[in-house]
Design a protein around this ligand. Structure first.
Ligand code: TXA
Ligand code: MG
Length: 333
């Protein structure tokens, strides 16, 4: 096994992308930008590489991975599309993941799907991810490129902060444009469920389907021992070190502030550290800033971060979902 102790970071130009494809082909790990967040990629067809990826991330191996493919034709080789899935595939390339029945003969390693009969598939739109997939000509499994339980990376420096020495190469393309992970929809046995709100708003999905998405059965999400339906939807996930105080209507002394809009709560003007998700109250801008602001506020060493209310429409659903997880009690604490 090639144990690497240093991580290379390269500006994501054509030569670097070629080198990345070569590393993947040889069973190595590459972090690369997608339009949502940076992913930690491995050749999906190489079980050994997938095992290394789980180890690098510190991820419980029952938590399955998303297979990234170059286009719909490649997706059809590994998954079965029903009517609803065909409609939703119109959003590809883009920030949408479909959980579908695995197709017989699917070459993705069993370990990547954690023994489930379904597979999560997505066609990313980021040009670097697309080039990498086009050169490799194999699916790439990629969870967000953070240590398990940490905030997702929206910049190459976030990847390094979490994974330096555990990944062979980081392709650096600056900030990721969307900033929250893909929306995940399961299309199975004729039902369509939103397993994770994300970069594609619910209203767009429901308009394409022509009907509302079904609510997710809570018991299926985090049932403790068996493989849950969307195992990553564990209560405490995107966990900064600081305590997160949601819907703050005032700021306590010493608290850092994550603001939205300009109607700051009492005490907000005097806060030592304040970062604004979007001064003009734009939810797209807020999603793009969410994880980097959380990381930056956490790095100030403040014991508590007061978060101002964020409306729940559009990308606000995904933003509030991630904030609720960041605020949830930590395992063992
Ligand atoms: O935007 C994204 O989706 C990013 C970029 C890198 O593509 N990826 C990402 O991957 O967020 P990850 O591993 O952090 O989250 C994927 C989620 C996990 O919650 C996992 O449990 C769920 O997808 N998942 C994967 N396969 C599944 C399956 N067959 N059934 C249900 N949930 C699945
Ligand atoms: Mg993740």
């Amino acid at each position: 096994m090639n144990v690497r102790v240093t991580t290379e970071v390269a500006e994501a130009d054509a030569a670097a992308i070629k080198a990345a494809a070569c590393i993947l082909r040889n069973g190595g790990l590459v972090a690369f930008p997608t339009e949502t967040v940076y992913g930690l990629g491995a050749d999906a067809t190489n079980g050994f590489a997938v095992a290394k990826l789980y180890a690098a991330k510190g991820r419980p191996s029952f938590n399955p991975l998303i297979a990234h493919v170059s286009d719909l034709a490649a997706a059809r080789l590994i998954a079965q599309f029903d009517d609803a899935a065909n409609r939703l595939a119109a959003f590809w390339p883009g920030p949408l993941t479909l959980v579908l029945p695995k197709r017989a003969g699917c070459l993705v390693a069993e370990l990547a799907t954690a023994g489930l009969e379904t597979i999560a598939v997505r066609v990313p739109s980021h040009p670097v991810a697309r080039d990498l997939l086009a050169i490799l000509r194999r699916p790439i499994v990629a969870p967000s490129a953070n240590r398990s339980g940490h905030v997702s990376p929206t910049h190459a420096r976030h990847v390094l902060a979490d994974l330096d020495g555990r990944v062979d190469l980081v392709l650096d393309a600056g900030n990721t444009p969307v900033g929250v992970e893909s929306s995940i929809v399961a299309c199975i046995d004729g039902s369509t469920q939103l397993l994770r709100p994300g970069g594609l708003p619910r209203t767009d999905l429901e308009r394409a389907l022509g009907h509302p998405l079904m609510p997710v059965d809570a018991a299926a999400i985090d049932n403790g021992n068996e493989a849950p339906m969307a195992p990553g939807m564990l209560a405490s996930h995107y966990a900064p070190r600081a305590r997160i105080r949601l819907n703050a209507d005032r700021v306590n002394s010493g608290e850092a502030v994550l603001a939205f809009g300009t109607n700051w709560p009492p005490g907000g003007q005097d806060a030592a550290v304040l970062l604004n998700l979007s001064e003009r109250g734009d939810l797209v801008e807020a999603a793009a800033n969410l994880f980097s602001h959380l990381r930056a506020l956490d790095a100030t060493g403040a014991a508590s971060i007061a978060v101002m209310p964020v409306p729940s429409e559009g990308l606000g659903e995904a933003i509030n979902d991630r904030l609720a997880r960041a605020a949830a009690p930590r395992p063992g604490s």
